[in-house]
Design a protein around this ligand. Structure first.
Ligand SMILES: C[S@@+](CC[C@H](N)C(=O)[O-])C[C@H]1O[C@@H](n2cnc3c(N)ncnc32)[C@H](O)[C@@H]1O
Length: 252
């Protein structure tokens, strides 16, 4: 059982810092090496995380596209649905998603980072139909007999190395029931006329080494068997962002 306090989270992180470099996802409490090597300041260090976990930060990072990107996800959630969000997101997105499923449904949030789990739990504590689970999105599996109607990956894929992208995409698709939907909201290759393209090029070079892969590849390219599914993509803000919906192919 993972403790939710900041102190416990800090201790867990110190252990993770001391852990040897990992090359493959491992179950539950191991933190992937890229989290401490690349994203320590953004998601791991509790002092930074406290400053960053606000709607205004998300709005700024997403060039004020936060609400329209979140709407693509939230509008799909109806009362009674079972939803898995594969990673924590700063601000109030997780509460808003959980409120939409309501107590007739369920909302499961996974994340690999102890401090993110602590923040997720503090946001969702008052909603007993939610669960916050410390697990790698590449490995999380619904409990036996349970499935998710909607599985959402909100701005995670660009932050993980390509082999993790493949594992996460494959795992999400493997968990999708016949009637279900998998949703990816993430970066995309911006149009050449879009000035933000040049800002993001620099950001990617300096801070986001795994993001450029989404400029060059469709998300379907990270799936082992893309042909088994229907893929539909919407791009926003001059191609900076994409919303990709995946469903099982319908048999006529
Ligand atoms: C969803 S992404 C980026 C979201 C966005 N930039 C924001 O405003 O929060 C960040 C989260 O992904 C989590 N994460 C990274 N790799 C993960 C993995 N393999 N499985 C689950 N969560 C992961 C991090 O711990 C962090 O909480």
């Amino acid at each position: 059982m993972i403790d939710t306090t900041y102190e416990a989270a800090k201790q867990d992180q110190q252990l993770a810092h001391a852990a040897p470099r990992l090359t493959h996802p491992t179950p539950c409490t191991e933190m992937p090496a890229y989290m401490t090597e690349v994203y320590d300041w953004a998601y791991v260090d509790p002092a930074w995380v406290r400053w960053l976990d606000h709607n205004l930060v998300v709005k700024t990072l997403l060039f004020c596209n936060d609400q329209r990107l979140m709407r693509r996800y939230l509008e799909r959630i109806r009362p009674g649905m079972r939803v898995w969000q594969v990673a924590h997101v700063y601000g109030d997105l997780v509460q808003r998603a959980a409120q939409r499923t309501g107590p007739e449904g369920c909302f499961h949030l996974t994340d690999v980072t102890p401090i993110q789990i602590a923040h997720g739990r503090s946001k969702l504590d008052a909603m007993p139909w939610t669960r916050v689970i410390r697990q790698d999105a590449a490995l999380h599996i619904a409990e036996p007999g349970e499935t998710y109607d909607l599985i959402c990956n909100f701005m995670l894929l660009h932050e993980v190395p390509d082999d993790w992208k493949r594992r996460i995409v494959d795992n999400m698709l493997a968990q999708m029931p016949a009637h279900g939907e998998v949703l990816f909201v993430d970066y995309h290759g911006p149009a050449r006329w879009q000035p933000v393209r040049y800002i993001l090029k620099l950001v990617n070079r300096l801070l986001e080494p795994f993001a450029h892969a989404l400029w060059e590849n469709e998300i379907s390219h990270f799936a082992s068997q893309p042909e088994r599914y229907e893929w539909s993509k919407e791009t926003l803000f001059g191609g900076v962002y994409q919303v990709v919906s995946v469903k099982h192919k319908t048999t006529r």
